[in-house]
Ligand binder design. Structure first.
Ligand code: SF4
Length: 245
C-alpha cells in the first residue's frame, strides 16, 4: 500500500512534534520518539513519512451498553447508561489487565468495526444511552477518535466520560475539557507497584494528571483495584490516602 492510500484510512495525530524524519508523541508520559515506519509503545500511533498518525480512528474493536455504575462511576449521572467502546492499544502493560486481549493488541490483531464518530452517536441514541464512555482499553491512545466523537456527542446533548489510567499530558487534559464531563482514574498503587506490575510507569505523573484534571473542573472519581498481598499494605494505603486528602 502506498503512503497516500494508507493516509486515506488513518488520521493525523494531535500533539506531536516533527524531528526531521522522527516524531515525538506528546500525548502521554511515555513521550515516545518514533522512527519512520515504526509505531509507538501503544502500537496504535505510527510515523509515516515523518508525520504521526492514529491507526485506530473510527475503528472500535468492542462496544456495549453499560450502566454508569459498571464503569464504575458513583456520583456522575447515577442510574444512567453509557454507550461504551474502545479501540485496541494501551500505554501500560499491566500484568493483571482484565482486557489484555484488546489492550495489548495492535490494529492487525483483532477484528475492527467500522464505527466513525457519527455512527457511535447514532448507536448511543438508538440504545437510549445518556452518554458515551471511552473505556475498556486506554482512551488517551485513541484520543483523536475521542475528540471528534465527544464533540459530536456534546452537540447532541450526550455526556462524555473517560475511564483512564491518568497518564496523559497537560495538553490532553486541556483539550478534554472542551468535550469531556467526567474522568474515572485508576490510582493503582505505590511506585514499586507501577514499576513492577504496569510496565515502568512513574507514579508522580499519575499524581500530576489527577491534580490537573481536578483543577480543570472535570468531574473526577478515583478507584484503586486492591490486589491482596500486592498493593494493600499499610504504607501504600497511607500514601494514596494522603495524596487524596
Ligand atoms: S500515546 Fe502511544 S505513541 Fe504516544 S507517547 Fe504514549 S505510548 Fe508512545
Amino acid at each position: 500500500m502506498s503512503d497516500n492510500s494508507q493516509e486515506e484510512k488513518i488520521k493525523e495525530a494531535l500533539f506531536y512534534k516533527r524531528l526531521n524524519s522522527k516524531v515525538k508523541c506528546n500525548l502521554c508520559y511515555r513521550e515516545g520518539t518514533i522512527s519512520e515506519g515504526k509505531t509507538g509503545f501503544c502500537k496504535v500511533r505510527k510515523n509515516i513519512g515523518g508525520k504521526l498518525y492514529s491507526l485506530v480512528y473510527g475503528k472500535a474493536c468492542f462496544y456495549s451498553v453499560n450502566p454508569i455504575e459498571k464503569k464504575p462511576f458513583y456520583h456522575f449521572w447515577p442510574g444512567s447508561f453509557a454507550f461504551s467502546f474502545s479501540t485496541v492499544g494501551c500505554n501500560f502493560r499491566c500484568k493483571h489487565c482484565q482486557n489484555a486481549d484488546i489492550s495489548q493488541a495492535g490494529p492487525d490483531e483483532t477484528a475492527e468495526l467500522d464505527l466513525p464518530p457519527n455512527k457511535i452517536i447514532q448507536a448511543a441514541k438508538s440504545s437510549s444511552c445518556e452518554g458515551i464512555s471511552y473505556t475498556f482499553t486506554e482512551p488517551t491512545v485513541f484520543f483523536e477518535y475521542c475528540v471528534d466523537t465527544g464533540t459530536l456527542a456534546k452537540r447532541e446533548g450526550l455526556t462524555n466520560n473517560f475511564v483512564t489510567n491518568g497518564y496523559m499530558k497537560s495538553e490532553v487534559i486541556k483539550k478534554s475539557k472542551e468535550f469531556l464531563d467526567a474522568m474515572r482514574v485508576d490510582l493503582k498503587g505505590d511506585q514499586a507497584h507501577y514499576q513492577r506490575m504496569c510496565g515502568g510507569i512513574e507514579l508522580e505523573h499519575v499524581f500530576q494528571s489527577i491534580k490537573e484534571i481536578f483543577r480543570a473542573g472535570i468531574h473526577l472519581e478515583i478507584i484503586t483495584l486492591v490486589i491482596p498481598g500486592e498493593n494493600d499494605n499499610k504504607a501504600t494505603v497511607e500514601l494514596l490516602g494522603s495524596f487524596l486528602e
